[in-house]
Design a protein around this ligand. Structure first.
Ligand code: DX5
Ligand code: ZN
Length: 233
């Protein structure tokens, strides 16, 4: 078992912006990554899609390994793949620090979350917009974070589904009832118009694709999101 690499990142509950590489310019990834790193983020969100669980195909462990080679940022691998157990070890070996799997894609979610932890990285469970928060009730203690989708997964640049904010509140309440303090991450259509309500409801990691990489000045985009999230600059 390897030592967890990202624990220190997940403990503070201050708001973190996790730029999603999916919205970056793939022809110059190293430069794109260095721009958000220079802007002070600590997380980089990596969207892995297999063309089965979601309609789109993105990238796999080789690209994660290449990204690992050009940054010290915590790598947050969001696996939108069917039967993710097959790939956990490969993503850990490639350098992922956080791995999240969809409740809807796992036959034995409890086992999968335990396996991710055994591999020495942070384990996260993800819910699609239509999946109730209550479906995670019995595995919350196996999660180092929970990711709530605020769009149907598969593509960047989609419109935020407002019901996600309600689910953040429900999840925060469920965590409180169990005495757990883990970050709630939100993914999809996050921008300066909804960041404040998400953080007020209990979110502390905001994934941002288009609202960071779709802007020419990534530093200004990240600062605007943090400001909208809670008055930070
Ligand atoms: C959607 C992905 C998201 C997406 C976010 O399936 O999981 O991470 O890249 O991009 P925006 O912020 O543009 O919705
Ligand atoms: Zn994602």
């Amino acid at each position: 078992m390897t030592k967890p690499r990202a624990l220190h990142i997940l403990r503070p509950m201050k708001t973190l912006i996790a730029p999603s590489l999916l919205s970056s310019d793939f022809s110059c990834l190293a430069s794109e990554i260095s721009q958000v790193e220079a802007a002070g983020v600590s997380l980089l969100h990596l969207d892995v899609m297999d063309g089965r669980f979601v309609p789109n195909i993105t990238f796999g462990p080789p690209l994660v390994k290449a990204v690992r080679g050009c940054t010290r940022l915590t790598l947050d691998a969001h696996l939108m793949v069917a039967d993710p157990d097959r790939y956990l070890e490969a993503f850990v070996q490639a350098g992922a620090d956080m791995i999240s799997v969809h409740q809807e894609a796992c036959t034995h979610l409890d086992r999968t979350l335990r396996r991710i932890r055994e591999l020495g990285v942070q384990a996260g469970a993800v819910l699609n917009p239509a999946t109730p928060v209550a479906t995670l009730e019995h595995v919350l203690e196996l999660c180092d974070f929970v990711l709530l989708m605020s769009v149907n997964p598969g593509f960047g640049g989609q419109r935020f589904i407002p019901q996600a904010t309600v689910k953040v509140g429900q999840l925060a309440a469920a965590l409180g009832r169990q005495g757990l303090k883990i970050p709630i991450e939100v993914d999809g259509g996050v921008d300066a118009t909804n960041a404040g309500q998400l953080v007020a409801a209990g979110a502390s990691i905001l994934v941002a694709g288009n609202s960071v990489f779709g802007r020419p000045d990534r530093g200004a985009a990240i600062a605007a999101l943090l400001a909208a999230a809670g008055g930070q600059s």
